[in-house]
Design a protein around this ligand. Structure first.
Ligand SMILES: Nc1ncnc2c1ncn2[C@@H]1O[C@H](COP(=O)(O)OP(=O)(O)OP(=O)(O)O)[C@@H](O)[C@H]1O
Length: 266
């Protein structure tokens, strides 16, 4: 059985409009899948549905099985058990995940305490280690800072550290680098690739940008207007896109890659 098995997923607004239609895909343990498509194609709603986090009023039909738990129609109690452990999410804007009024160290301590039952010195040490793991310099200073006192790139690393603290089987990353400038974006992608590789974690990586997705995943599902239009390896999609829409994504990724190449070796 796959770690994540999505079958005929349809998401509708309260007035019955379908935002995602008949979506089927799966992610095996240790596998990395990219979800790609233009803005509004339904990528974020799909990832939210995976963790039972859709906004109130939306209805879901079909099946989303995460590590054997049916998410569609699940009680909040079973969702709490599966979130974090089976899958954790990193959003585009890390401030979504971080409490602006709480020091970074305390926020990071929470999942470590909950998941690993750590407290006192052991918990403090684990917080410092988690910050070091995402290559944050001066972990002591970062732990004492409030989210607004550190840079956007540092906040995104903290959000990644929080997601990894739960030791999930699947990391969902929803445009995790889009809000960052190009150099920081590149560093973040390398870090994510390394940390996920070390842990053998599965990844669902969401982006509108094929060049970014191809840095982390091997297989891609292309979405348009809430539907899957094409899937395959990045290599096949780049060599022989079957849909004009995919071809346009490939062209724009090529333009971006050559722009990055002009900046010298990464
Ligand atoms: N709470 C909501 N109520 C009504 N419609 C919504 C809501 N959230 C999203 N939508 C609509 O659902 C569609 C899919 O949105 P979604 O955020 O999943 O797209 P996306 O591919 O992730 O885009 P982006 O890259 O801009 O985040 C869009 O047309 C969007 O306007």
């Amino acid at each position: 059985m796959s770690l994540l098995d999505v079958r005929d997923l349809t998401i509708r607004t309260s007035d019955g409009r379908a935002l995602v239609s008949d979506l089927t895909f799966s992610v095996d343990r240790g596998e990395r899948l990219g979800l790609i498509g233009e803005s509004g194609s339904g990528k974020s709603l799909t990832t939210l549905a995976t963790l039972g986090l859709l906004p109130d009023g939306m209805t879901t039909t079909g099946s989303v099985e995460l590590d054997g738990t049916q998410i569609v129609g699940a009680s909040e109690k079973s969702l709490v058990e599966v979130r974090g452990r089976a899958a954790a999410i990193v959003f585009q804007e890390p401030l979504t995940a971080l409490d602006p009024l709480m020091r970074v160290g305390r926020q990071l301590a929470e999942p470590l305490r909950r998941r690993r039952g750590l407290k006192g010195d052991a918990l403090r040490k684990a917080v410092a280690e988690a910050l070091e793991q995402v290559r944050l310099p001066e972990p002591g200073r970062i732990a004492r800072a409030f989210p607004h006192e550190i840079s956007g790139g540092q906040r995104q690393r903290v959000a990644l550290a929080m997601a990894l603290a739960c030791e999930p089987d699947l990391l969902i990353a929803d445009e995790p680098t889009t809000a960052l400038d190009v150099t920081v974006q590149s560093e973040m992608l390398v870090l994510l690739d390394t940390l996920v590789g070390e842990r053998g974690m599965a990844v669902l990586f969401v982006s509108h940008d094929l060049a970014v997705v191809s840095r982390v995943t091997d297989r891609v599902l292309v979405m348009k207007d809430g539907r899957a239009v094409e899937d395959g390896t990045v290599r096949d999609l780049v060599r022989a896109p079957r849909q004009p829409y995919t071809e346009a994504l490939v062209d724009s990724a090529r333009r971006l890659e050559s722009a990055l190449d002009l900046e010298g070796p990464r």
